[in-house]
Design a binder for this molecule. Structure first.
Ligand code: TGC
Ligand code: FAD
Length: 390
């Protein structure tokens, strides 16, 4: 096995030295600093906030950002970092996805100079945390139906609404809030402590337990004009941020799948039943081969997508296909690995059930399988099939 883990098709050879170094740095950090406590974080339902400064020191915050202290890495190096983080836990990768793709990216892409100066250096250093409020109780897959409003009132806006399932919500110093205005859906920066704005943890989750998920309440929240992200021009601006996050998820799920496959392969070689290792049976080998084949296909999809992205040729539907395929295949791989581990697979002594439960969320957020299928279907046929007339 290469130093970067499962690599059946020698993808290592397609990486630059900088890309390998970025991956290896994150891999070593995850192994030393996160994996020893991964099961506890999951069991206790705690996101390890004490690791945020270390992640900032590793250059993981603002990893693709040029200027403002960002690392200015390319898309493949960023993807490999996501892979290694999610090899640790989807909650760890989610934190980095939200910070980079859904907070730093929208401020860098759509913010005023004042907003960039105020927030980007602090976000890159991990001194400020952000969240992204798009989903609502009545608007999940269909964010265009959101009900949160931002109404102009002379010197600024008044925002009213509810946001649901928001990663980092309770941790965030600044929330990127999407709301309906007289000029369509636009993004706003709402700061913690603004009267009428509150975050409430969502408890009793069985998935993504090592991640903070919150409901946000906005009751007559008054913000100045300067809180509007001036470059946002409709739902499309929010969807452009999702492309960045979905890209990271496509890579991240490969990391979770690799962890599950490697645990299953190890177990298959050592667990003896009927006088032989279970890995000597055709049925178990069939499962392992299927897992490895899907990991290899996902790795190739990611690598090609990353190169296309850096050449400015990646289309939203390319990203949809990678997110859709890799998260659903990773979930299937985790379930197969859990099966190979037998009863021992149901405890946190192995990472597999943790990944399996996490991947249920990863398969749902940032667009479900159905939504990405419909997005690609619309692209190839020219026919939208998102709604049916009743
Ligand atoms: P639709 O008419 O299709 O689109 C409106 C405008 O946006 C354009 N567009 C996109 N542009 C860039 N990237 C994309 N991916 C785009 N998808 C669409 C589109 O061309 C159009 O442009 P224009 O110029 O004509 O105005 O809008 P629709 O209302 O029909 O909805 C489309 C749909 C269903 C694909 C979209 O709403 C969708 O993606 N739904 C899924 C919702 C979702 O993914 N939510 C994620 C919330 S954030 C989250 O989950 C964070 S998890 C934490 C973590 O990442 O770890
Ligand atoms: P629904 O949209 O109600 O979908 C339910 C089912 O119906 C799904 O199977 C779906 O595929 C199917 N369906 C819906 N429409 C169609 C259709 N047209 N055709 C066929 N089938 C369809 N959101 C944020 O804004 N910010 C965050 O930080 C964030 N973090 C999250 C963290 C976690 C742990 C979770 C679980 C979610 C998070 N989300 C976040 C929300 C996430 O993006 C939504 O859950 C997701 O978009 C799906 O919306 P929904 O849950 O309302 O499901």
């Amino acid at each position: 096995m290469a130093s970067g883990g499962t690599d059946y098709w020698l993808c290592e050879e397609l990486l630059s030295i900088e890309e390998r170094e970025a991956r290896d740095r994150v891999r070593a950090w995850v192994e030393a600093r996160y994996l020893p406590r991964a099961a506890d974080c999951f069991e206790d339902g705690v996101f390890p906030v004490d690791l945020i400064p270390e992640m900032a020191d590793l250059g993981l915050l603002g990893m693709k950002l040029h200027g403002y202290g960002g690392a200015g890495a390319n898309s493949v190096a960023y993807g490999l970092a996501n892979q290694e983080l999610e090899r640790g836990d989807s909650g760890l990768r989610s934190f980095i996805s939200v910070m980079n793709a859904l907070v730093i990216h929208p401020i860098a892409a759509f913010g005023s100079e004042e907003q960039k100066d105020r927030w980007l250096p602090a976000l890159v250093k991990g001194e400020a945390i952000g969240c992204f409020g798009m989903t609502e109780p009545m608007a999940g897959s269909d964010p265009g139906s959101m009900r949160t409003t931002a109404v102009r009132d002379g010197t600024g806006y008044e925002i009213n609404g509810r946001k649901m399932w928001i990663t980092n919500g309770d941790l965030a110093h600044v929330a990127v809030i999407w709301a309906r205005t007289g000029e369509g859906i636009r993004g706003f920066l709402v700061e913690k402590g603004t009267p009428g704005f509150s975050a409430h943890p969502i408890r009793r989750k069985f998935s993504l337990r090592a991640s903070v998920t919150s409901a946000l309440v906005l009751d007559r929240v008054r913000i100045p004009e300067s809180s509007l992200l001036p470059g946002t021009t409709g739902l499309k601006s929010a969807l452009l941020c999702l492309n960045e996050a979905r890209y990271g998820i496509a890579w991240g799920t490969v990391g979770a799948a690799m962890a599950c496959y490697e645990a299953a392969l190890d177990h298959a070689g050592s667990r003896v039943q009927f006088g032989a290792p279970i890995g000597a049976t055709q049925l178990v080998q069939g499962k392992l081969v299927k897992m490895l084949t899907e990991i290899t296909k996902a790795q190739l999809l990611c690598l090609r997508l990353g190169r296309l992205k850096d050449q400015g040729k990646a289309r939203p539907e390319h990203i949809s296909m990678a997110k859709m395929n890799n998260s659903s295949e990773a979930l299937k791989i985790a379930r197969a690995a859990r099966d190979i581990l037998g009863a021992s697979g149901i405890t946190l002594a192995h990472s597999v059930i943790r990944h399996m439960l996490n991947l249920e969320t990863v398969n749902t957020y940032e667009g479900t399988q159905d939504i990405h299928t419909l997005a690609i279907g619309r692209d190839i046929t020219g026919l939208g099939a998102f709604s049916c007339q009743l």
